[in-house]
Write a protein that binds this ligand. Structure first.
Ligand code: COA
Ligand code: MG
Length: 298
């Protein structure tokens, strides 16, 4: 499989649909193996009542002992820095070695470095993801994005950000756009993936589709989800279309032609194509290959 990476970016991964599953909800946990999402985020934070944190951790211990998630990333969202629950969450992470740990309410780079230090005892393959959901976090987005080599994904959290800032919820997210784009920019400046926030009204399929299309246009790699009914829409919205895959393959073929060996710019179907488009095309094809590989595993 083609692996595309630059000095600041990790290999291309598919993260179109990142489903949050409350670790306290056994029925929901039991369903995770059969769902077509790219990432499962096992939540120990906001969706778990304080007195239930221990039970939620035990649920994850049992689940991780069973069959691993085939071809999908398993992420554990731990409790925030400064929380009395974080120490036991980190111990669980060291025990279970998920693909990544999602740290909520990241305010500054120190929050990331502290957790990265605690993860030092585990494999470097355990990645760190950061929730960008506080006013301070958005202001410090660039410093957070470059804080630690383990970090490879930022996840926007608008429910908390709205609470923090007083900006009400409305379709179109008009007044949040500058902050949202600052998070996207910070991620890209440091080679990170970036995931759009949840859409709360999981029965409103039209509203969800519109927000996915907006997120895609803003440059997000995927969306954090709260309900299985949102998976297919996110996979479609954030996945490469057949047309985009065909175009990417044509670009790769055109640059592989010996005649293009020392050219940085070529013409295809009357349009200028630069070598930077070749990099994008290779990344897109790598993601498309991962998607079909996962389908064969399902
Ligand atoms: N992951 C896996 N399965 C889920 C799920 C999820 N996030 N959300 C719902 N399901 C399952 C339910 O267990 C239910 O199956 P069951 O009837 O066998 O129990 C089925 O899908 C249909 O669920 P539905 O009745 O439509 O919704 P609900 O009222 O049970 O749950 C929520 C609604 C919002 C409470 C639930 O979807 C949820 O907890 N989502 C995640 C919340 C979260 O993680 N928040 C923190 C991040 S923002
Ligand atoms: Mg939150």
């Amino acid at each position: 499989m083609t692996t595309v990476s630059s000095p600041t970016s990790h290999s291309a991964r598919i993260r179109r649909s990142c489903l949050s599953v409350p670790a306290i909800n056994q029925r929901a946990l039991d369903k995770t193996h059969g769902l077509d999402c790219d990432v499962v985020i096992f939540d120990l934070e906001d969706s778990v009542f304080p007195e239930k944190k221990g039970e939620a951790r035990d649920n994850l211990r049992r689940l991780f002992r069973q069959t691993p998630l085939q071809g999908r990333e398993a992420v554990i969202r731990i409790n925030a820095s400064g929380s009395e629950f974080q120490k036991a969450d980190i111990e669980l992470v060291l025990e279970l070695a998920p693909d990544a740990v999602l740290l909520p309410k990241v305010d500054d780079p120190e929050d990331i470095r502290e957790v990265a230090g605690l993860l030092a005892a585990t494999s470097p393959d355990v990645r760190l993801w950061a929730m960008m959901e506080t006013a301070g976090g958005v202001l410090n987005a660039a410093a957070i994005a470059k804080s630690d080599p383990r970090l490879d994904c930022l996840v926007l959290g608008l429910n908390d950000l709205r609470k923090d800032t007083g900006v009400p919820s409305e379709h179109g997210r008009t007044y949040l756009v500058p902050w949202i784009m600052q998070v996207v920019l910070a991620a890209r400046a440091h080679g990170l993936d970036v995931i759009d926030s949840v859409f709360n009204d999981f029965r409103d399929t039209d509203g969800f589709a519109a927000e996915c299309a907006q997120g895609r246009a803003m440059g997000f790699d995927g969306k954090m989800l709260i309900h299985p009914a949102q998976i297919e829409g996110a996979n479609q919205a954030f996945g490469p279309s057949a047309e985009a895959i065909a175009e990417a393959k044509a670009i790769i073929t055109a640059f592989a032609d010996p005649a293009a060996h020392d050219l940085n710019v070529i013409t295809m179907n009357g349009q200028m194509v630069e070598r930077l488009h070749l990099e994008q095309a290779e990344r897109l094809v790598a993601k498309a290959q991962q998607i079909s590989l996962r389908k064969t595993m399902a």
